[in-house]
Structures are given as C-alpha cells and as structure tokens.
Design a protein around this ligand. Structure first.
Ligand code: PEP
Length: 260
C-alpha cells in the first residue's frame, strides 16, 4: 500500500548530546548544506534545554523542532517533568513519545505512552509514537503481536481525522544504536503491517496519509535503500544525526524506486 503524497520526514534525535553552542552551529551548517528543502521535512529533537535557544534558527531555516518526551498533565507536582503546554510554548511542532530508551531504561508503560499521545493531540503537538520489538520477540515470531499491542495502547484511543497530526516510528529495539539495521525488506514488512493496522483502526485515507518512519542505525550508506521502500516515509536517526555532514546526507537521500 503506498502513495506519493506523504512528505518524507527526516528526523534527528539528539538524545542527551551536544551543547547549545554546538547545536546552533550544527543548524547553521546543516542549513548551509541542505537549504530549506521543499520536498522533504527536516526535524531536530534536541534536549529540552535547547528548545528555546534553537527556536529562532530552526524557524529561519524552515526546520521543525521536536521535544524528545513529555508529560501528559498540563501542570502539577511532577518534579523533573515537562508539560505539553510548555513544549508548545517553545515552538515545537512535534514530540517523540515512547522511544525505546524511555520504555526500557526509564520503565515507561504502554499505558503512559497512550496518555502522552492523547495529550499531545489535545495540545496540537504532533506525537511521533515509537514502537518496535526486541530481538527475542522477533526471533520468537512475535513482531506483529508486539507492534499490535503497542499500537493499541499508544494510538487506539485517539480520534484522528487529519493524518498529518500523527507520526509512527518503527524502531526495532535490536537495531537502535547497535549498528544493526533492519533490512529494507524487514522494515517494509513492519511498516506495511502498521499501515494496515491504521486502516482498520481509522480508515484508508488516514492510513495512507500517516507518515511511518524507520529508526535503527540509519546511516548515509543505507538511507537510500530504506527510503526506496513504499511504506517508509522517513527516518528517525540517533547516532548518525550528531555529525552534520552525515545527517545532511541522510536528509539528501535519493529515492530510486518508489512503487505505487
Ligand atoms: C534512535 O535513537 O531513535 C535511533 C534510531 O538511534 P540510532 O540511529 O543511533 O540507532
């Protein structure tokens, strides 16, 4: 299932890396190399402390700003947390929800991820909902079951008419930061499964419009093959997004064959 209407979204997840000064110079350099692309969207998710200082440069470059996490409550006694109202105030259009490091290092549950997704939609911030199986789950043939469970908890409860309000990131846990990338075929199979799930839960128009990103050791030398798959609409990039020339090359992927 595929259409060419989905604008590719090339997203950098900086995790807990780079100083504000390094980030400012990264953005200037990236803009110098890639300009403001009209046929693809460039997104950067820096640490929370960088959102305000980067806002102006990101807007001027035409890049989208994203938070890496959020809390679902508007305000309250939640020491160390950041609300979507606060995130929205910084000019963020997106928020990453349920990244595997949040799930596996910080113990975030599927239920929390559902609350975050719903709250982001209420605040007009586009959630990038991350899902993906562990290696033992893949080896046990449970990939689809895991994706179904994570989609159900993360997205089932929301109402969605505009497909641009939601992004899904398929990130097999075994491929994140490991140098092991899913083959384009493995990624395509998972993406097609996600799109079918979206069609059942919402409708075909929504399913055809929602962008599904692949994440897991995306690099300059594998991005073109991944982006050639009909249901891969972009990339969520960790390690390779920290070097400006490497991320610029990823942004400048070329899509040889896109079926459909
Ligand atoms: C990520 O952090 O979302 C990610 C995919 O990391 P990496 O590209 O380093 O595997």
């Amino acid at each position: 299932m595929s259409t060419n209407v989905r604008t590719p979204l090339m997203a950098a997840n900086w995790k807990m890396h780079l100083s504000v000064a390094e980030a400012v110079s990264f953005i200037a350099k990236l803009h110098e190399i890639v300009g403001t692309p009209q046929d693809r969207e460039v997104l950067i998710a820096p640490p929370f402390t960088h959102l305000w200082p980067l806002r102006e440069a990101m807007t001027a470059a035409g890049f989208s700003l994203s938070a890496q996490n959020c809390h679902w409550e508007r305000q309250g006694a939640f020491t160390g947390e950041v609300s979507l109202t606060m995130i929205q105030e910084t000019g963020c259009r997106y928020v990453i929800v349920g990244h595997s490091e949040r799930r596996h290092i910080f113990g975030e549950s599927d239920a929390w991820i559902g609350l975050k997704t719903a709250a982001a939609l209420v605040h007009g911030v586009v959630p990038i909902v991350c899902i993906g199986e562990k290696i033992e789950e893949r080896e046990a043939g449970l990939t689809e079951e895991v994706l179904r469970r994570q989609l159900t908890a993360g997205v089932e409860g929301v109402s969605l008419q505009d497909p641009n309000r939601l992004v899904i990131a398929y990130e097999p846990v075994w491929a994140i930061g490991t140098g092991k990338t899913a083959t384009p075929q493995q990624a395509q199979e998972a993406h097609a499964f996600v799109r079918q799930w979206l069609a059942k839960r919402f409708d075909k128009a929504v399913a055809n419009g929602v962008r599904i990103l692949y994440g897991g050791s995306v690099k300059p030398d594998n991005v073109d093959d991944l982006m050639a798959q009909p249901d891969i609409d972009g990339a969520l990039v960790g390690g390779a997004s920290l070097q400006v020339t490497s991320f610029a090359r990823i942004v400048q992927f070329t899509r040889s064959v896109k079926n459909g």
